[in-house]
Design a binder for this molecule. Structure first.
Ligand code: ATP
Ligand code: MG
Length: 597
C-alpha cells in the first residue's frame, strides 16, 4: 500500500501572522500556508506543498510544449559574458543583470533569459534548412536584479521561466512557428484556469517586431491594458494613438508673450489666461496648453542626454510608456539641481520656440554642452495652437502654432492613456484594466542570429541567416497569479488542476475508530489514484478546519462525529458547499464526484 501523506509529519507549518512585507493576499497566504519561505528580497524557497503546485504548472507547460513539437533541454543559469557582449546585452541589461567573476577574473552572469545560448547551440550543431523548423525549450531558473521585487513570487529576483525558441529559414516559417506557440499558450492558460487576455506588446530589451503578451486579468496586477469595443487589445505601453488631423492655422495671429506672474503649474496658467485673455467661445482649458516636461536620459553605459517632451497640458507623461519607449536607456525626471545646472531651461516656463530653435543647450559637465532633444506628443499636429512657456520666468506665449513657430526632433507617444480615449482601431472608447503578465511571445527575427552568426544553407545552397522567435511563460509567477485569482479571506483555494492534493481528509475527535476510518478512506482514495492529504494531528476540530481552509485543497472530507451514524461530510473549498455522504462506499462516490467536477 502506498504511503499516505500525513499532516502530523508533513513539513508544513501554518502561520497565524501575516508576513510583514506581504502586500497581496496571494503572497500572504502562500507564506502563511507554508508553501514558500523568503530567503532574501525576491528570493524564495519552495516547501513541499508549494513545490507540488510548481511541478504541476511545469507539467502543464511541458505537455503543451511537447504537443507542438518542442524539445526540452536545460541550460545552466551561470553563463559566460562573451555571447551577451556580442549582442550588447551585457551592457544593455543595465543594473538588472547579476554579473560576477570566477577565480581567474573572467566575467560571468546569471542568465536573465537565454536567446544567446540557444542561438549558439543551434549554430554549433545545425547547418541546413532541412533541419528547420526547430523548437527548443527549457523550464529553468532565471535571475534578474529587479528594482522592485514584489508580492513574493510575482516579481522575483530568482524565478522559474519556461523559455522556448523557434528557428526558421524564412519569414513565413517564423509566422507559422509563432502561431503554433500562440495556440500552445492558449491551451496552457486555459488549463491553468486563469482569466486572461492576449494583448499587443512592446518588445523592450528583447528587440524584434511582433509581440503579444498573455495577461491574467487582476486588479492587483502591475500591467495596465486597454480594450476597444472592436476587439483591439494592447498593453498600455504598446498603444499607438491615432493623431488628430492637421489643423488650419491661417487665421492665427502671431505668437505673442503675456505676463503670467506666478504660474509654474498648468492650473495656475489656465486661471490667469482666462482672466487676462478671456475667449469668446469657451473658457481656456488645460488641453489648450502645451507643457514641456524634462527628463535626463541615462544610457546603460552611463552617458546622459536631456530630453524634453511636449504634450497637451491636461495629460501627464506615463512612466511605464516612457520607460518602454526609451529602453534600454532610463528616463529620470529632472530634479532641482539639474535645473540649476541648466539655467537655459526655465522650470515652469519652458517653451517650444526656444527649444526648437536650438537656443537652449544642456550643460553636460565634462562633456561640454549639446542641444536638448525635443520630442512631441502626436496630438501636437501641424497647425495646432498652444498657450505655452516663453522660457522666461513668469512669462508665457499665446497663439504659438506647431509647424509655424516651432518644430521638434520627432514624435514620442508616451502620454497617459485614459479610460474613454478613442481606440486606435476607431471602434469606440478604450477601457482600461489591470493584469499580470503571464507569458510573452516575440517574433525576434534575425537580431540574435545576425549578432552570433547563425546561418544555414537554404534549398539553393545559399547561406542564409536563420530567423527566430522567443516565447516565455512565468512558471513560478503562475503559481502566485492563480493563488491571487482564487484565494479568499480564509486562505488558498486551488483549482483541481494545480492543487497539491485533490482531497484533504480531516479526522476530528479523540475516538480511535474515527482515525481508523479516516485512514481507511484515505488509503482507498489513494488506491483509486486520488492524491490525499490526511490530517491525523492531535488538534481541535476548529484548528483543523481552519487549517484546511488555509491550505486550500479543493475538497475537504471530514470524518468525525457523524461516523457513529455512518456519515461523513464533504466540503467544497471554493464554493463552501457542504454535503453529507454515507461512509459505506464513500471512496468510490468521492472519485465519481471528483472526476465529474
Ligand atoms: P515584466 O514586464 O513583468 O518585468 P518581462 O517583460 O521582463 O516581464 P519577459 O522577459 O517577457 O518578462 O519574460 C517572460 C515571462 O517571465 C514574463 O511574461 C513573466 O511571466 C515572467 N517573468 C519575468 N520577470 C519575472 C520576475 N521578475 N519574476 C517572476 N516572473 C517573471
Ligand atoms: Mg515581457
Amino acid at each position: 500500500m502506498a504511503v499516505i501523506t500525513r499532516l502530523s509529519s508533513y513539513f508544513v507549518r501554518t502561520l497565524r501572522e501575516d508576513p510583514a512585507d506581504a502586500e497581496l493576499p496571494s503572497h500572504k497566504w502562500l507564506v502563511r500556508a507554508g508553501y514558500i519561505r523568503r530567503v532574501a528580497p525576491g528570493i524564495y524557497s519552495w516547501l513541499p506543498l508549494g513545490l507540488r503546485v510548481l511541478q504541476k504548472v511545469e507539467q502543464i507547460v511541458r505537455e503543451e510544449m511537447d504537443a507542438i513539437g518542442g524539445q526540452e533541454v536545460r541550460f545552466p543559469g551561470l553563463l559566460p559574458r562573451e555571447p551577451y557582449e556580442a549582442t550588447h546585452r551585457w551592457t544593455e541589461y543595465g543594473p538588472n543583470l547579476f554579473r560576477l567573476h570566477d577565480r581567474k577574473g573572467s566575467d560571468y552572469l546569471l542568465g536573465p533569459t537565454h536567446e544567446e545560448m540557444f542561438t549558439l547551440l543551434v549554430k554549433d550543431l545545425y547547418s541546413s534548412y532541412k533541419d528547420l523548423p526547430l523548437f527548443l525549450y527549457q523550464i529553468q531558473i532565471k535571475y534578474r536584479d529587479e528594482a522592485r521585487p514584489r508580492a513574493g513570487l510575482l516579481r522575483g529576483r530568482e524565478f522559474v521561466m519556461k523559455d522556448s525558441y523557434s528557428f526558421d529559414v524564412d519569414d513565413a516559417g517564423l509566422v507559422e512557428s509563432y502561431n503554433r506557440h500562440r495556440e500552445a499558450y492558449v491551451r496552457i492558460f486555459d488549463r491553468l484556469g486563469l482569466e486572461y487576455v492576449i494583448v499587443q506588446a512592446m518588445s523592450g530589451a528583447m528587440g524584434g517586431s511582433a509581440s503579444e503578451e498573455f495577461l491574467a486579468v487582476c486588479d492587483n496586477g502591475e500591467d495596465t491594458f486597454v480594450r476597444s469595443p472592436g476587439g483591439y487589445a494592447a498593453n498600455v505601453e504598446a498603444v499607438r494613438i491615432t493623431p488628430p488631423a492637421d489643423q488650419d492655422a491661417s487665421d492665427a495671429g502671431p505668437a505673442r508673450a503675456i505676463d503670467t506672474p506666478g504660474t509654474p503649474t498648468i492650473a495656475d496658467l489656465v486661471a490667469v489666461v482666462n482672466q487676462k485673455l478671456p475667449r469668446a467661445d469657451r473658457a481656456w482649458a488645460a488641453a489648450d496648453t502645451l507643457k514641456n516636461v524634462v527628463f535626463k536620459l541615462v544610457s546603460p553605459d552611463g552617458r546622459t542626454e536631456t530630453l524634453v517632451i511636449g504634450l497637451p497640458g491636461d495629460r501627464e507623461v506615463d512612466a511605464k510608456r516612457l520607460e518602454a519607449a526609451v529602453s534600454p536607456a532610463e528616463a529620470v525626471p529632472f530634479a532641482d539641481d539639474d535645473f540649476l545646472a541648466n539655467p537655459a531651461l526655465v522650470k515652469g516656463y519652458i517653451g517650444p520656440v526656444s527649444l526648437a530653435s536650438g537656443a537652449v543647450e544642456q550643460v553636460l559637465g565634462e562633456q561640454g554642452t549639446a542641444k536638448v532633444r525635443y520630442l512631441l506628443d502626436p496630438r501636437v499636429v501641424p497647425g495646432s495652437r498652444w498657450v505655452t512657456g516663453a522660457n522666461v520666468v513668469d512669462t508665457h506665449q499665446v497663439d504659438v502654432v506647431a509647424g509655424r513657430d516651432f518644430t521638434a526632433d520627432g514624435v514620442i507617444d508616451v502620454a497617459e492613456i485614459r479610460q474613454g480615449d478613442p481606440a486606435p482601431d476607431g471602434s469606440g472608447p478604450l477601457s482600461l484594466a489591470r493584469g499580470i503578465e503571464m507569458g510573452h511571445i516575440f517574433q525576434l527575427g534575425r537580431k540574435y542570429a545576425d549578432a552570433l552568426g547563425l546561418k544555414v544553407l537554404d534549398a539553393n545552397g545559399k547561406l542564409v541567416t536563420v530567423t527566430m522567435g522567443s516565447y516565455g511563460v512565468g512558471v513560478s509567477r503562475a503559481v502566485a497569479a492563480v493563488a491571487e485569482a482564487t484565494c479568499d479571506d480564509k486562505g488558498l483555494a486551488w483549482p483541481r488542476a494545480l492543487a497539491p492534493f485533490d482531497v484533504q481528509v480531516v479526522a476530528t475527535g479523540k475516538d480511535e475508530a474515527v482515525l481508523a476510518a479516516a485512514e481507511q478512506l484515505a488509503s482507498e482514495l489513494d488506491a483509486a489514484g486520488v492524491a490525499v492529504l490526511l490530517d491525523d494531528r492531535k488538534a481541535s476540530p476548529g484548528v483543523k478546519f481552519a487549517d484546511a481552509e488555509v491550505l486550500g485543497m479543493p475538497t475537504v472530507v471530514i470524518v468525525g462525529r457523524g461516523l457513529a451514524d455512518g456519515v461523513i461530510e464533504v466540503r467544497d473549498r471554493t464554493s463552501g458547499e457542504r454535503t453529507e455522504l454515507g461512509f459505506e462506499g464513500a471512496a468510490a462516490k468521492l472519485v465519481a464526484l471528483l472526476t465529474a467536477g
